[in-house]
Design a protein around this ligand. Sequence first.
Ligand SMILES: NC(=O)c1ccc[n+]([C@@H]2O[C@H](COP(=O)([O-])OP(=O)(O)OC[C@H]3O[C@@H](n4cnc5c(N)ncnc54)[C@H](O)[C@@H]3O)[C@@H](O)[C@H]2O)c1
Length: 409
Amino acid sequence: MNSQITPDISIPSMLHLNSSEDDESYSSRPGMSFTDGSDQSSSEIGSLGTHEEYTVVPPHIGYKKVLVTGGAGFIGSHVAEFLLARGDDVVIVDEMNDYYDLSLKRANLALLREAYPDETRLKIYEGDICDENLMQEIFEVESPHWVCHLAARAGVRPSIQDPYVYIHSNIKGTTLLLELSAKFGVKNFVFASSSSVYGGSKSTYFSEDEVVDNPVSPYAASKKACELFAYTYHHLYNLNVSGLRFFTVYGPRGRPDMAPFKFIDRISRGLEIQKFGDGSSSRDYTYISDIVDGVVRAIDRPYPYQIFNLGKGSGTSLNEFIDIVQKETGNKALIKQMPDQPGDVPYTCASCEKAHRLLGYKSQVSFGDGIRRTVEWYNQAYIKNTIEVCPERQANGLGRAPSFVELRC
Ligand SMILES: NC(=O)c1ccc[n+]([C@@H]2O[C@H](COP(=O)([O-])OP(=O)(O)OC[C@H]3O[C@@H](n4cnc5c(N)ncnc54)[C@H](O)[C@@H]3O)[C@@H](O)[C@H]2O)c1
């Protein structure tokens, strides 16, 4: 596999790979082990700051068959790759939409298939997660006891243009998966939320106990809705659920509509970038191997209902960002100075304290290292192959890049 991910970053272990899902490690529902024995689930939502209440759930160790929705996409393909490498089996469902160049998703699946030709290890279904018949059949035939739900329409600005597709894929799709997961006795349902839910917040460090009732885009509203539906399914059916709020993820095979890819691509090709404001505004960027580590830690630990931030936990200013990309690409950026964007907050990043405490998560990759690895991948994938593309034009939306990288080809 042509991957930069090193499994040693994550602790999930390869022990007992031959054990079946019926072995004793599955006999009690992990995550239901609250110290005082009471059902604390009703106090979990909205009171996540009261962490003393929670018992740390130990990782489930042993074989898993994991349904990875959105497995052809950026994060999903990396998560699938990691799970397969440690010995789990993976079932992918992806509708292969053309939000960005479909050949990138096909290449992701081809990489996985090449490394895992055996269909009993890796099964790939092409279809919409909202297709009830298809999804019912997948649950019946494959019996995945673990779900990692990453399929979604991503992108803030495209969601303003076409909110209905977000309601379809994100809200309806997630609800159907929750329904089937409850019905088929899934042991842990982990899904992608987003840092976008903090959209209207003026905080510097976003923490999970902040009230996020003011989403500022249909995308953010759809992710918040997923968190609410997930809670309802936990409440009604005791489904173990963790929602993960990712903070701008980048790395090899990254999405072409996002800032890190755009900057690397445009600076490498000598194209102009627009810089809004004085460059001091700062954001949290998370390298893909750290996100995979956090996702897998969450899969392995079936908390009754939790929301976790997964980020680097520190910000990088726009000026640093541009400097690092210049250094790693060896090219000088052509900068078009733009005025400050109204409403831009100077510094935001994830508080990862809760993920550290309950999942043992800690980001490992500095922004400099992450960009270096991403540039290495980019050079191999794009420059050496001399692919004649403008990747960002291939994103059929306007992208989810922060306001300071409003770019045109
Ligand atoms: N990349 C980030 O920085 C970031 C940040 C916050 C949240 N997220 C969330 O993480 C998840 C993965 O993001 P990504 O960056 O890998 O995006 P991606 O677009 O590369 O992957 C998502 C995949 O889901 C598939 N999909 C979409 N709707 C579907 C449907 N109805 N049925 C089946 N498949 C469908 C797409 O074809 C795509 O392959 C998404 O839920 C996204 O909202 C990502």
